[in-house]
Design a protein around this ligand. Structure first.
Ligand SMILES: Nc1ncnc2c1ncn2[C@@H]1O[C@H](CO)[C@@H](O)[C@H]1OP(=O)(O)O
Ligand SMILES: [Mg+2]
Ligand SMILES: [Mg+2]
Length: 330
């Protein structure tokens, strides 16, 4: 397979590193905090500046590429995944952390291409090998097997088309660069990642977040899900304050699973590939296929744990990220 997108991925890594430097410097300064959808959905000038820096640098190198950026969408740009090469950017994942200097803040850059085209089956080589197979438009599935089971025809039904071609999450205060390329494994600062081998949810740590929706009905559902999962019982519940880092913790094997309803495609795009390339599973919170635009995810080390979590979640459906897109389902 020709390595079409390596230049773009190299650019994403260096853009994320540069953005992380800007974020670290901004942490030392006073931050002016603004609000978006609610009084707890925060944004700073650094979010906007970093997103523009990344987009400008990509435009110079890849002038025809498209973008979905958190702050651009907030400013009215469309949130559309098409067949065109698309950079999906969260300039600061963990803005609330950034504002409070809680030390988990990430720059997330995902890259998708050929959204609806299932590629012909063909085995990639090297670590993290997997086959592409058909899935419905806008869906992203993952194998349920770990790296040791990746090769061989028996694993094939578990593999599915992934629409994200590469993902980069830079945890900039930890100086950890998480990267994944479809079919080639996940890495942190160049070291390969593998999800936890734990099969028992009772011996697992589960990550989740409380989001920015303070509607009491939604909060009740969040707490009901949390109570169900805590009382399985599990070893513990954790929140890093950033969806991307929570998912990288799944990929690293530090937590067995992360679930949440309400985050957005820019929180998930890059990290979803990092999880799946580390041998993990992505699933909708009701057990169906993961859909990048649905604002719902379970990312887990294996299917058993993902399905158990899905059985405990009080699901609800926030407005999809592509709800305003032409032709999208209402
Ligand atoms: N008050 C809040 N608490 C936690 N996450 C929030 C939040 N407001 C927005 N989010 C966003 O929701 C995601 C999942 O919880 C986070 O990664 C975060 O992304 P952000 O920092 O890029 O906005
Ligand atoms: Mg985010
Ligand atoms: Mg953000």
């Amino acid at each position: 397979m020709t390595d079409l997108w390596q230049d773009a991925m190299d650019h994403a890594v260096s853009a994320a590193r540069g953005a992380g430097q800007v974020v670290r410097e901004a942490l030392l300064e006073d931050r002016m905090v603004m609000v978006k959808s609610s009084s707890v959905d925060l944004v700073t000038q650094t979010d906007q500046k970093v997103e523009q820096l990344i987009i400008q640098s990509v435009k110079e190198k890849f002038p025809t590429h498209r973008f979905i950026g958190e702050e651009s969408v907030a400013a009215g740009e469309p949130c559309v995944l098409s067949d065109e090469p698309t950079w999906i950017i969260d300039p600061i994942d963990g803005t609330t952390n950034f504002v409070h200097r809680f030390p988990f803040v990430a720059v997330s850059i995902g890259f998708s291409v050929n959204k609806q085209r299932a590629e012909p089956a063909g085995r990639a080589s090297g670590p993290g090998q997997q086959r592409a197979g058909p899935a419905g438009p806008g869906q992203q599935l993952s194998r349920a097997s770990g790296p040791s089971q990746r090769a061989g025809p028996a694993a094939e039904p578990l593999l599915a088309f992934l629409q994200v071609e590469f993902g980069v999450v830079y945890s900039c205060l930890e100086d950890k660069m998480f990267t994944a390329r479809r079919g080639r494994g996940s890495f942190c600062n160049g070291d390969p990642l593998q999800v936890s081998e734990q099969k028992a949810i009772q011996q697992s740590i589960i990550a989740t977040e409380f989001g920015s929706d303070r509607d009491p009905e939604v909060v009740d559902k969040i707490f009901s899900s949390l109570r169900n999962i805590l009382c399985i019982p599990v070893h513990g519940i954790r929140s890093a304050g950033t969806a991307a880092i929570n998912m990288c913790l799944v990929a690293s094997g530090c937590v067995e699973a992360y679930y949440e309803i309400g985050m957005h495609v820019w929180d998930l795009a890059a990290a979803s590939l990092i999880v799946s390339e580390a041998g993990g599973v992505l699933m909708d919170v009701e057990g169906g296929p993961f859909d990048l635009m649905s604002r719902r995810v379970i990312a887990a080390n294996n299917r058993t744990i993902a399905e158990r979590i899905s059985g405990e979640i009080q699901a609800y459906a926030p407005a999809r990220d592509d709800a305003a897109a032409p032709g999208a389902d209402p």
